[in-house]
Structure formats: C-alpha cells, structure tokens
Design a protein around this ligand. Structure first.
Ligand SMILES: Cc1cc2nc3c(=O)[nH]c(=O)nc-3n(C[C@H](O)[C@H](O)[C@H](O)COP(=O)(O)O)c2cc1C
Length: 354
C-alpha cells in the first residue's frame, strides 16, 4: 500500500512538473534576435496564439510570408452546438489578430489588415517597418488570463473605467459598462437562464465535455481545451471526470457559482456591434482583446459569461434591457480584482503554421 502511494505521488509530481514547465514556456516574453526575420515572424505568431479563444479551441492557422502574415480560420475546430453561426470563432480570430498587431509594433513592424483577402484566408496583415514601440498592452500579453474565480468586489476608479472603455471601443463596436448592482443582477438572471438551458441541452454538454481537460497531463498532451484547474476545479483522471461530470456539474451547482462570481465582480462589460458579419466579429475580438490586455495592465481580471448571448432568445432580451435597438450584444464580460488561477495551455507554434 505504502509502495503504491509512493508510486502515485511520484507520477502526480511528474504531471505537476510537466504542467508547470508547459506554463512557464508558454506564458513568457522571449528575447528574439531582431535581425533574424524568420525568428521574429515566428515569434509574432507565438504571441498571437496566446490570445483567448472560445473553449480554448485555438481555431486559427497562420501563413507566414516575406512581408505578411495571414490568419486563417481553422474550421475543423468549430463548436457548432455553442456557436452555430461561427460568431465566437471569428471573435477568437480577432483576439489573435490584436495580439499579433501589438507584438508586431513591439518588433518595429506596423501590421496593416488587408480588407479583401484572397480565398482561403480570413485576414491578411501586411507588415511595414516602423518605429518599435512596446505598448502596455503588449507587455500584458503573457500575464492575461480568463480568470474564472471570485473577485474582491472593490470598485474600479472612473479613470480606469474610462481606459477600459477606450480600449474596448472600435470600428462599429461599443462597450457598455454596467457597475450598478441592479443592472448586474439583471445580467446574472440572463446568465442563470442561459446556463440552465445549455446544461439541459445534450449537444451543448457533449461538445463542452469534449473540450474539457480533466487533469494536467491531458492539458499538456493536447495543449488546448479547458483545463479543469483553470476553472478552479480539481484534477481527476479523464474517465472519472467524464463519468462524474453529469453528477457534479449540474445547472443548480453552476448557477450558485455564477451568482457568487457576478456578485463579487466590480462590473460587467457588454460588447455590442452595429452589424453582423465575420469581419465585424473579428473587430469585436480585437476590441475585447484590447480591453482584456488593458485591464491586465491595470491589475484588473476579467472572464466571459456568454450564456446570455449564446442563447438566441436571451440575446434579444439582453438587447432590449440594454436599450441597444436592433444591435447584437456580442460578449458579456465580468471584471474586478482577484487572484490568478492556473493558466490554460497552448499548442506549439508548429501546430498552427500552414
Ligand atoms: C469568443 C469567446 C467566447 C468565450 N466564452 C466564454 C464563456 O462563455 N465562459 C468562459 O468562462 N470563458 C469563455 N471564453 C474564454 C475562453 O474559454 C478562454 O479564452 C480559453 O479557455 C483560454 O484561456 P485564457 O483566456 O485564460 O488564455 C471565451 C473566449 C472567447 C474568445
């Protein structure tokens, strides 16, 4: 018995070590020789991969050419149950694009998005030399995370709110900041209704389960998906996780957690678009990523709660509550101060180059 315990302690230490190693090699700034053009372009792609993506699908590929990088949607990583119109997929592409743009500037390259890419591409960024500038947003890239824990509820100053609003605003994209508790409670009601509908939807649950990595070794092996530790959940063998999922991951238990998370937040940001198209959703992603990086730079954490925009009927109710007419609410994001959680992982750059 003692021997068995020792063996299992050893193997869990090895898992912890490999997860810790993957975290430190993923979430870092690196020193790349600026004269080595191929190394710089590869590094820009690495920064792009540190962006958030729905279910951490990393639904992107990159084509590196002499003076441009194309971002290509990886449709094999679609999530049709939660994201039937690929809205989140294109928002994720936008997040990666923003990281790439910020990193290019830090390496003295102005990344200019070409409006009409040729077929197969989602977006092409031409790269022109410019004066290098490492923005606060660039510095924040390895620190940013979707922090799903409770926050400390302390108010965010009006100057910080103004910075968040500026960062999150873009071409046809507005960010509505809610800090009054009555408005936040109303959004919580939509989150709870949306979560209840999703947890009762078999296709949604099966898709979600397929992207959960129930322990560190699965997270390291795949380099993608939702690592249980990043949501504050314990690590268990994947067969056990899948078995217990239906018992412990219920609408009721999750809704109680959402209530605590919203009530401990300092505010909720809702991103709203004027039009609906993949190009507009990419712009939403760029705005959200600037918001997330700006908040990280200010020591403010954030996490999405997208149930009210994922369930179409609730999306219309949220729009009417916000008084935004026919415009689409794209993302619901809570923010506040609180501790970091174990980070999610990424696939290596080689896996996303075409
Ligand atoms: C379009 C989009 C939608 C997302 N929706 C949710 C969500 O509803 N709930 C949530 O907890 N995280 C959501 N996320 C966060 C991702 O799960 C997260 O980015 C991913 O797991 C990687 O983790 P990281 O952001 O900490 O690097 C979303 C991210 C994106 C880009």
């Amino acid at each position: 018995m003692g021997g068995l315990a020792a063996v299992s302690a050893c193997s869990s230490e090895a898992v912890n070590d490999s997860y810790a190693h993957a975290v430190s090699s993923t979430w870092r700034h690196a020193k790349v020789d600026e004269g080595d053009k191929a190394a710089v372009l590869r590094e820009l792609v690495r920064y792009a991969t540190l962006a958030p993506s729905s279910h951490n699908t990393q639904c992107w590929k990159f084509r590196v050419e002499n003076r441009s990088i194309s971002v290509v949607a990886d449709l094999s990583r679609r999530c049709p149950a939660v994201d039937p119109d690929d809205h989140h997929l294109f928002v994720s592409i936008g997040c990666a694009t923003e990281n790439l743009v910020q990193a290019a500037l830090a390496y003295g390259l102005h990344a200019n998005a070409i409006a009409s890419p040729s077929s197969g591409e989602t977006l092409r960024l031409s790269l022109e030399p410019t004066k290098a500038f490492a923005s606060a947003l660039f510095d924040a890239i390895p620190e940013r995370q979707s922090t799903r824990g409770e926050y400390d509820g302390t108010p965010i100053s009006s100057s910080e709110l103004a910075m968040l609003e500026r960062a999150g605003t873009g071409d046809g994209v507005q960010v509505v900041l809610l800090t009054e508790s009555a408005a936040m409670e109303r959004v919580l009601e939509y989150v709870i209704q949306g979560n209840t509908a999703q947890m009762n939807d078999r296709a949604f649950v099966e898709e979600l389960k397929a992207w959960i990595r129930f322990n560190g070794s699965d997270a390291v092996r795949t380099g993608d998906g939702l690592y249980s530790g990043s949501s504050g959940n314990p690590s268990v063998p994947s067969w056990l996780g899948r078995l217990l999922f239906g018992l412990f991951f219920t609408a009721g238990s999750e809704n109680d957690k959402y209530a605590k998370k919203v009530r401990s937040s300092s505010g909720i940001a809702v991103f709203v678009s004027e039009t609906e198209s993949p190009a507009q959703w990419i712009e939403v992603g760029r705005c959200y990523e600037r918001f997330a990086l700006q908040s990280t730079a200010l020591g403010i954490r954030n996490a999405m709660l997208n149930q009210p925009v994922e369930v179409a009927a609730l999306r219309r109710q949220l729009a009417s509550f916000l008084g935004i007419g026919g415009r689409r609410p794209d993302l619901v994001v809570r923010f506040g101060r609180g501790p970091k959680l174990p980070p999610s992982l990424r696939r290596p750059v080689e896996a996303v180059l075409t």
